[in-house]
Design a protein around this ligand. Structure first.
Ligand SMILES: Cc1ncc(COP(=O)(O)O)c(C=O)c1O
Length: 386
């Protein structure tokens, strides 16, 4: 079908909750995408940090095909090996506690919210302004952005939003606080790194008052910043982390990973989901973890990140570059959405605008060095024409 036909179908039959570009992708391989007319694109967005190991990585495709041909679904009334192995893998490569599987980021956030509420028998959750934790009601209530929340009021009670400063976060925690929930690097908010001081102050305040510190690593985890988990570079260990996006190598899976203290808080009947942790997505995630949990790959992510950072800083209209590893954004003094559109339609480069002045780049962690140069050249050309 042509893009025009798809647009007609969408207008008639699809809820208008997304704004799409007039491009239909039909194939992907590594850092490349192809549209329906055969045009080749360089993907510096990875489906918003999902296909972080490139499109159709052969080891992930093989794992999915093998598992899909054998057993796709049983429900969580029974055991399947991929889920149990994945839980062990996720626990041992992070907080050493236990894992709850979900189907998406927001669902994993919901599980974390229920966990910390149950652990404290109630209590508030402290979040910071500009955070993004998802679109379901609990996750949305933890996302203090007026435009996203206002149409859906009343929200879930018990959330307290404060400025992202060490003083404000520490000052908001008291004996009634269930948890502090933070993205170590805010993704949808435009790639803002929360300072080490803020994260350390949150840790200390949680310890003093018996609250849980939860890091939302849905966007910044799974190698994106050059370590498997972003918290490893900060020296602050949370009580739980939430992962999704790149975890499934392109397949939909999320997970809540606890440390030992919260490992046994949820018990049978407390929470659940029909599809969560199914054998196909778990097999995909095991393959993705095998690839990304590799010191050589993670070093390359840090090196390529700093190379791309330097290139961005030299580009026309760029006034600031933010981020860590290959989770980057630049502030521009022209319309970021227009530059992004031009990059896509005229220069065959996929990037994204998180706001009127911010361009976000989330390139594949498996990027070939020449593609980094090509991507930077294409973005420069799109900016130069602004
Ligand atoms: C930090 C963070 N948390 C939660 C979510 C929600 O994840 P999902 O869209 O899979 O529900 C996102 C999605 O962008 C995210 O970046």
């Amino acid at each position: 079908m042509s893009v025009a036909e798809l647009q007609r179908l969408e207008a008639a039959r699809v809820v208008g909750s997304y704004e799409r570009y007039p491009v239909e992708f039909v194939r992907g391989e590594g850092s490349r995408l192809w549209d329906v007319e055969g045009r080749e694109y360089l993907d510096f967005l990875c489906g918003i940090s999902v296909t972080s190991l490139g499109h159709c990585h052969p080891r992930i495709v093989a794992a999915v095909q093998e598992q899909a041909g054998r057993l796709m679904h049983t429900s969580n009334l029974f055991y399947t090996e991929p889920a149990m192995r994945l839980a062990e893998r996720l626990s041992t490569c992070s907080l050493q506690g236990k894992v709850y599987f979900a189907n998406s980021g927001a669902e994993a956030v919901e599980a974390a919210l229920k966990l910390v509420r149950k652990a404290r028998r109630g209590g508030d959750v402290v979040v910071v302004h500009n955070a993004f934790h998802g679109r379901t009601f609990g996750a949305l209530s933890a996302t203090p952005q007026e435009a996203k929340q206002a149409p859906f009021a009343p929200l879930v009670p018990g959330f307290r939003a404060v400025e992202p400063t060490p003083e404000a976060v520490a000052g908001a925690v008291d004996g009634h606080t269930a948890a502090v929930l933070l993205e170590p690097i805010q993704g949808e908010g435009g790639i803002h790194i929360l300072s080490n001081e803020l994260l350390a102050a949150a840790r200390q305040a949680c310890d003093e008052h018996g609250a849980a510190l939860v890091f939302d690593e849905i966007q910044c985890g799974m190698g994106r910043t050059g370590t498997l988990w972003a918290y490893e570079q900060i020296g602050v260990v949370p009580d739980a982390i939430i992962t999704a996006k790149a975890l499934g190598g392109g397949m939909p899976i999320g997970a809540l990973i606890t440390g030992p203290r919260l490992a046994d808080t949820l018990s049978a009947g407390d929470h659940g989901s029909t599809f969560a942790g199914g054998p196909v997505v778990a097999a995909a995630a095991l393959a993705a973890l095998d690839i990304v949990d590799d010191p050589a790959l993670l070093v390359r992510v840090r090196e390529q990140g700093s190379e791309l950072c330097d290139a961005l800083a030299e580009m026309p209209h760029v006034s600031e570059v933010r981020g860590r590893g290959l989770m980057l954004a630049c502030r521009v003094d022209v319309s970021a959405p227009e530059v992004v559109r031009r990059a896509l339609l005229e220069h065959a480069l996929v990037v994204n605008a998180t706001g009127p002045d911010t361009i976000r780049l989330l390139p594949p962690l498996t990027l070939d060095p020449p593609d980094l140069t090509v991507g930077a050249q294409r973005l420069r050309a799109a900016l130069a024409a602004a």
